[in-house]
Design a binder for this molecule. Sequence first.
Ligand SMILES: Cc1cc2nc3c(=O)[nH]c(=O)nc-3n(C[C@H](O)[C@H](O)[C@H](O)COP(=O)(O)OP(=O)(O)OC[C@H]3O[C@@H](n4cnc5c(N)ncnc54)[C@H](O)[C@@H]3O)c2cc1C
Length: 402
Amino acid sequence: MAAAAALRRQGRQVILIEASGRIGGRAHTTIPALLEAPFDHGAAWLHAAERNPLAAMARQFGIRTLDSGAERVHRTRLPGRFTVAAEDAAYAQAEAAFHERAAAALAGPDVSLAEAVGPIAALPWMPSVVNWEAPVIAAADASALSLRDWHTNLLEGSNWEVEGGLGAFIARRLAGPVQLNTVATAIDWGGPGVRVETSAGTIYADACIVTVSTGVLAAGKIRFSPALPVATQEAIDGLPMGLLSKVALRAAGADRLDVPDSCGIDQCVPAIDAPAMTIVAWPHGQDHAICFAGGSHAAELDRRGELEGFARDQLRGLFGRRADGAFRPGAVVTAWAADPWTLGAYAYARPGCAGARGVLGTPLAGGRLIFAGEATRTDGLAGTVGGAFLAGEEAATACVAE
Ligand SMILES: Cc1cc2nc3c(=O)[nH]c(=O)nc-3n(C[C@H](O)[C@H](O)[C@H](O)COP(=O)(O)OP(=O)(O)OC[C@H]3O[C@@H](n4cnc5c(N)ncnc54)[C@H](O)[C@@H]3O)c2cc1C
């Protein structure tokens, strides 16, 4: 959408096609009947708001934004109680040791994040730190993540929420002419222009910008002719899709489990590879909680249809039987792995593939074929809507330049 808007501003003729029946892709807000409140199935935060172009846009349009860091309370929960100061200090110490160790390991080869922090893995609270940094934030297990790429995309800075939902904001602000329900199946980029076969006919153009996820690319859903260069194909293989799943539950009555509004709840994860959820309870005073799980455990729970049950088990483990009565039956459960147009949440780099994002984003055939989208960012905004927006704008410039 950003690429199309930028090209149109340049006076170019653009055909924007979208396989599904809606715009926004992984930025998607609905108001589920269970919650009666806006719910972002995908992106919810404008990360690194200080340098996120969408944060500036929200300000410019006078949209109300909320700084999560300033608003949100953080608590760590053990079964039956919140942590005490000494436990919080030990957690903070583990966090500092983790980042110090990871930063020191950057001097060596691009191993996995798990390998980099392996020597301190036995420190108390380390499984909680790893669970937050890898499955929850990077959507993949620490053993699967490139240390260097993970470090590049630490997303430092403020995290903003947008009133009404981020997906709704993006759909409102970036919407332009688009052909929905139009699936690209093949792209001939052999020249002089490009020919795109779609479910609604053939499109001939000077150039083509492809912003589908690396999940869609790796699944071979779009046939390229000639075949993509080996380096591009290797970059796609080096950037698989991780999974982050959300389970939203609505309060049954007045019981808020003694948890304050907008509370981020972390827990003491027993082992590095133990499945665990983090929770955002009663965001901005609303009467629902959102449980987050990522990485291979989330993928397995998702495959088995057990995400809601796992969320309820986690809440029971932390708050006891009281949690059973605190929430209504039913849940809103996201399903990005099964979404045929994304096949996952966002891309991560395998160990040794820290350069893959740059390779994938390098225009081909002098700008006739350009891959854009979140996976191509090398500026630390990979995996974000802000990154996807910038990638689109830059792809438009690369097109125009030719
Ligand atoms: C659960 C979850 C939580 C997230 N949280 C955050 C967050 O808090 N903050 C943040 O910044 N980011 C977050 N993200 C990541 C963010 O949503 C993505 O990085 C970003 O939206 C990707 O944008 P994109 O344009 O690259 O790809 P997409 O949004 O996937 O757009 C690609 C479009 O291509 C379409 N398409 C696919 N195949 C075809 C085809 N063959 N023909 C035509 N069209 C096709 C798709 O339907 C889609 O609309 C989250 C993602 C998930 C899943």
